[in-house]
Every structure is written in structure tokens, then in C-alpha cells.
Design a protein around this ligand. Structure first.
Ligand code: SF4
Length: 303
């Protein structure tokens, strides 16, 4: 295996029709052209999905694509992309998501997963480093997100395993269904949860133990520390309020899809902005994705 810095050069191929797995070792030239994320997704969709494929048929391909930085100790480097032909638009479907799952998959030694075919009955996949198992998931079908993750962590006996999954919306092929990981991070665009449901793939559980190959691990750590140390001067507002910050401004210049862009500015935006959530005492703390010192994720309590 020819490991590259920031990546392993390995893609997990998962054919659910035959319930078999394979390893695709990515050529250096291919990796340079379509290394990660959206580019990797486009590479597989263009190469493998027939022009008239039904997005909810077995010919569609579902791709989980990590980034070069996913799994490194850098702020913002937790994120990964998911893609397929979209059942919502019939076009290129891609969504991006944070949390811990992507970093954990990278720590298993994989840069991505390409899921083809469709299982005849519900399954989930358990990945522990190089070991990949396709397991029966009939007992999980119908469970919502929280229950699915809790059940699977207990079942594989790994409290710190990371899970991505679909809930009943994805199972029932709802065309706006997303794919959730870590209980609450969601790849929410393009109806990718329905694609996962059409393949009868309930969840992917990952537990990794490998350190990502980095060209200069000391320098990467140094940069991570610099972000943490300069947070107050560079990211103070994002750190304290997250993405809901400035909602009032966004809506004024037409950046919010109020009634599907039919409604103009939303007159009550300031009342539900991140600043308002803090002022009204709803925000109880901020949380983070993998290794991120920005911690932009609000946790709110509504009585
Ligand atoms: S905590 Fe916020 S800034 Fe950090 S990786 Fe997650 S989404 Fe990005």
C-alpha cells in the first residue's frame, strides 16, 4: 500500500446486493485529480452511475468521502461529504457534515466508502480498522436516531464507536431524508437518507485505532494550538454564537429561504437569532466536532 500524507489511498467498496466488500487502492494520479469530498463523489458518480439510473434503484451509488484534513488535530477538520444521484432533484446530490464519524472512519484506515447495489433485507455495516462486516439489521428497522445509535454501540460492545444512520424517514424513502451521525450531525441535503434507505442500509458503525500519516505532525499540532490560542481575537463571535449569528443581517439581504424565497425578509429573525438564544437563556453550552477548538455548536434547552 502506498500511503500518502493526509490519506491512506484506500477506498472501501461495499456491494450490498452480494453483501461483499473489497478494497480499492487509489492511484496517485486519480487521487491528485479527485482527492476528496465533492471531487471524489463526482468521480464515482460520473464513472459508475448510468445516465438514466433511478436514484432510488440499486444502480445509484452512495459515496462517503473524507477530506485530506478529516481526522487531523485541526479545527474544522472533522467534516466529510456524502453524495449520490439525488432523488429530490435527479442531479448531483451532495451534503457535508461534521461530528466525529468521519474522523473515526479515517482512523480505521479508509478515505471513503462506495456503496453499490441494494440489500434484500435491512443490514448495517461494522468497521473496526481493516475488518468490515455486513450484519443483519431487521431488529433496527423502524428505530429512530437516538435508539439506533444506543442499540448499536451496545451491540458491538464499543461505547466510543461512532455511528451514522437513517431513521424512519430514510427507510420510507422520503425525498428530503438526511443521514445522521453522532446523534445530531446531519448530511441534510439532496435526500441522501432516502438513497441509503433504498439500499436497506440502516447504519455504518466505525471504530478506528490508527494515526493518520502526516508529513509533519509536529507542525500540524502547532497550527491546531495556534487556532486555540488565538480564538478570542479571531473567532470570538463564531465561538460564542455559532452559525445562527447575524441571522437578522442575512435575512435583510435575502440570504434566508423565507417561504422558499417567496416571503422576503423575515420580520422576526432577530427574535430567533443565536444572540437572542443567549440573551433569553435558551443556550446552555457550546459543543464541538472532532478536535475543533472553535466549538460553534449551540446546545439549547427548551422547557
Ligand atoms: S465545531 Fe463548528 S467550526 Fe468546528 S468543525 Fe464543527 S461545525 Fe466546524
Amino acid at each position: 500500500m502506498n500511503a500518502r500524507h493526509g490519506s491512506w489511498g484506500r477506498i472501501l467498496r461495499l456491494d450490498l446486493t452480494t453483501r461483499t466488500t473489497d478494497v480499492e487502492e487509489m492511484e496517485e494520479a486519480t487521487f491528485r485529480r479527485h482527492p476528496v469530498g465533492r471531487a471524489m463523489i463526482a468521480h464515482y458518480l460520473l464513472r459508475e452511475v448510468p445516465r438514466d439510473a433511478d436514484p432510488l434503484g440499486p444502480e445509484n451509488v452512495l459515496i462517503f468521502a473524507m477530506g485530506v484534513l478529516t481526522g487531523t488535530p485541526l479545527s474544522g477538520a472533522s467534516r466529510h461529504a456524502v453524495g449520490a444521484k439525488s432523488p429530490l432533484t435527479g442531479g448531483f446530490g451532495e451534503a457535508e457534515v461534521g461530528g466525529y464519524w468521519g474522523a473515526e472512519l479515517k482512523r480505521c484506515g479508509w478515505d471513503g466508502i462506495v456503496v453499490t447495489g441494494a440489500a434484500s433485507s435491512p443490514v448495517y455495516v461494522y468497521i473496526k480498522d481493516d475488518v468490515v462486516e455486513v450484519r443483519d439489521a431487521a431488529h433496527l428497522w423502524g428505530l429512530e436516531i437516538m435508539d439506533t445509535e444506543d442499540t448499536l454501540k451496545a451491540e458491538v460492545g464499543e461505547r466510543l464507536a461512532r455511528v451514522c444512520e437513517i431513521g424512519p424517514a430514510g427507510e420510507n424513502l422520503v425525498k428530503i431524508a438526511g443521514i445522521v451521525n453522532d446523534y445530531k450531525d446531519i448530511a441534510g441535503r439532496a435526500g441522501l437518507g432516502a438513497v441509503m434507505g433504498s439500499k436497506r442500509l440502516k447504519a455504518i458503525v466505525v471504530k478506528g485505532s490508527k494515526n493518520l500519516p502526516l508529513a509533519n505532525a509536529v507542525k500540524v499540532k502547532e497550527i491546531g494550538r495556534w487556532v486555540a490560542d488565538t480564538l478570542q481575537e479571531n473567532h470570538w463571535t463564531f465561538h460564542n454564537f455559532g452559525t445562527g449569528m447575524g441571522l437578522d443581517g442575512y435575512t435583510k439581504f435575502g440570504g434566508m429561504a423565507v417561504r422558499n424565497y417567496d416571503g422576503g425578509p423575515f420580520e422576526h429573525a432577530a427574535e430567533i437569532s443565536a444572540e437572542a438564544l443567549v440573551e433569553k437563556g435558551y443556550r446552555i453550552k457550546m459543543e464541538a466536532c472532532w478536535a475543533c477548538s472553535v466549538r460553534c455548536k449551540k446546545v439549547v434547552r427548551l422547557e
